[in-house]
Design a protein around this ligand. Structure first.
Ligand SMILES: Nc1nc2c(c(=O)[nH]1)N[C@H]1C(S)=C(S)[C@@H](COP(=O)(O)O)O[C@H]1N2
Ligand SMILES: [Mo]
Length: 541
């Protein structure tokens, strides 16, 4: 009898202790959020720990996350961190019920984890980045100590409480007389919850407003007319078939791939780019205004991510406007390796600490490699790298397309491995010849008769020569090619298919202008991009 009663009572207290842990965790994060608004949004513990987790994620897992969660991968990561923290918080609450001080120390330990993650981020501004986690965990630790104090006494219960306890437990034992401060607990817990919610909400709002200067600086930009405009896309480059990707991908649907949990908001007015390193005769420092005053080139360039699976969505086309990178490099006295230059690698660094390595030879071989300031007629959107990013036709994004760029260092491939290369991706990564069926969709049910099969093919900087379609195990037949806008763009194609009822597999392959046929050999995205043919299975009704 006694045992059962004690258990029930213990159970209530355990629940409340676990709840106290949860509240302490919530208060910690809320306070940290508020403090991060005074430091910088990236210094908040969930963002910092998330960033550290991304950096430590093996290439395979990162790819798995991109495959399964797509561009929601960051949201899933942050939710995962919050859920994990919540579970730990419950456990810490239970620990605190037995060992009051140890519980609070545990909260501080989490604070130290958050602090070290924040301080050691590549874009950390120093020890101040640890403040949000530090202050958050101190508040959480104190709160837990107070709440657990209400649960454990020693404390005299009021007559009314004693009576109500008697209602549940008629033959209460003396040890229960020194019950817990129910009212004190409820008051403290409610006040803490309310204050934390308010602090967290305020922090969120302030963080949301940070970067207003950057927003204003972007709104103030008027892109000058390019000295060298893009050749207009020929009308014949667009296939008029429903379901095909539009030739130009609108900015708001353009794919996004990066490691930034908080999108960097860079003020164009204070932005500077430094060009320095091996073989640089004169260090250059340019402002955004300097760039806009230079002769700008405008080019049609299709971007592709190395993480794009066969048939995947991480490829998009835009019209870019910017400064020819080779011109800036020449001004700095840089020579390509083929002309005796010392440096063979350009390492570009972004404000969020990302590093990308690009062959100097490629950038200086006459292709339209640029420091882009505009995308489809507007200043770069923040997610796509405002104020300035690099774009190099023919190379996967991770070896060329540095967003939020702030530093260009000339070095060698021997001397320095940038971010992704340290994580098992290839040093050099030209885009592989690929093709994709956009319509019909997988498992579509087209009607028998003529079905338009259509899609895109790309082999940037080489160009697409031929696209072929195979139905089931039949022969390869040439698709109708739309005009090639430039060799740096993808190319649309279509194929009128005489569809007969039943299940069918459609397969596509492209040949680039060097004569190379897209290989059937399936490879994973790691280390230098997926290969293989894209197939779509449909049932014709
Ligand atoms: N600063 C920064 N730049 C970056 C990245 C990044 O993670 N951080 N990702 C690169 C990769 S892998 C690709 S594919 C392109 C994607 O550019 P987008 O997001 O504008 O499409 O940006 C590149 N530039
Ligand atoms: Mo990428």
């Amino acid at each position: 009898m006694t045992t059962v009663r004690i258990t029930r009572k213990a159970l209530t207290r355990s629940t409340l202790a676990a709840l106290s842990g949860l509240l302490a965790g919530f208060a910690s994060l809320a306070v940290a959020e508020l403090v991060s608004a005074a430091v910088r949004p990236e210094a908040s513990p969930v963002t910092a720990v998330g960033g550290a987790a991304i950096d430590r994620t093996p290439a395979g897992v990162k790819d798995w996350a991109i495959r399964n969660f797509g561009e929601d991968d960051k949201l899933v990561l942050q939710l995962g961190i919050v859920v994990t923290l919540a579970l730990f918080a419950l456990a810490v609450g239970l620990l605190a019920l037995r060992y009051r001080r140890a519980g609070s120390v545990a909260v501080l330990v989490f604070g130290v984890v958050g602090m070290s993650a924040a301080v050691s981020r590549p874009d950390s501004t120093g020890l101040v980045d640890g403040l949000p986690s530090l202050l958050g965990s101190v508040v959480g630790a104190v709160l837990l100590y107070v709440l657990i104090g209400r649960l454990t006494g020693p404390h005299r219960t009021t007559g009314r409480e004693r009576e109500s306890e008697r209602d549940i437990d008629p033959d209460d034992e003396p040890e229960h007389e020194a019950g817990w401060d129910r009212r004190g607990f409820v008051i403290a817990a409610t006040a803490a919850a309310a204050a934390s919610t308010a602090a967290g909400a305020l922090g969120r709002t302030l963080n949301g407003r940070s970067g207003r200067n950057a927003v204003a600086s972007r709104e103030a930009v008027t892109l000058p007319a390019p000295a060298s405009p893009a050749r207009p896309i020929p009308a014949g480059a667009r296939v008029r078939v429903r379901g095909i990707s539009p030739f130009t991908t609108p900015n708001d649907t353009f794919y996004r791939v990066d490691t930034a949990l908080v999108i960097p908001k860079v003020d164009a007015d204070s932005w500077r780019l430094r060009i320095h390193g091996k073989g640089v005769r004169r260090d250059l420092e340019v402002t955004y205004r300097d760039l806009l005053e230079r002769p700008l080139i405008e080019r049609e360039i299709t971007l592709t991510c190395v993480s794009n699976e066969v048939g995947g969505p991480y490829v998009g086309h835009a019209r870019w406007i910017g400064v020819r990178l080779a011109d800036l490099l020449r001004e700095a006295g840089v020579k390509p390796p083929s002309r005796g230059g010392e440096a063979d690698q350009i390492v570009s660094r972004s404000v969020d600490g990302m590093t990308l390595g690009t062959p100097v030879e490629d950038v200086m071989d006459g292709r339209d490699a640029m420091l882009a300031v505009g995308m489809n007629g507007e200043p770069l959107p923040f997610v796509h790298g405002f104020p300035v990013r690099m774009v190099v036709p023919g190379l996967y994004g991770y070896v060329s397309a540095c967003k939020w760029i702030e530093d260009i260092e000339l070095t060698t491939f021997d001397d320095y491995d940038p971010y992704w290369v340290k994580r098992k991706w290839a040093r050099e990564a030209p885009i592989k010849t690929q093709s994709r069926i956009d319509t019909p969709k997988p498992f579509g049910r087209p009607e028998a008769g003529t079905v338009m099969v259509a899609g895109v093919a790309w082999a940037q900087h080489r160009g697409i020569e031929k696209v072929e379609i195979r139905v089931d195990d039949g022969p390869w037949r040439p698709a109708q090619l739309a005009d090639q806008a430039t060799t740096d763009t993808w190319r649309q194609w279509s194929y009128p298919w005489k569809a007969t009822p039943g299940g069918h597999t459609l397969t596509v392959r492209a040949t680039d202008r060097t004569g190379e046929v897209q290989t059937e050999k399936r490879t994973r995205t790691v280390p230098d991009g997926a290969s293989g043919w894209h197939s779509v299975v449909v049932t014709v009704d």
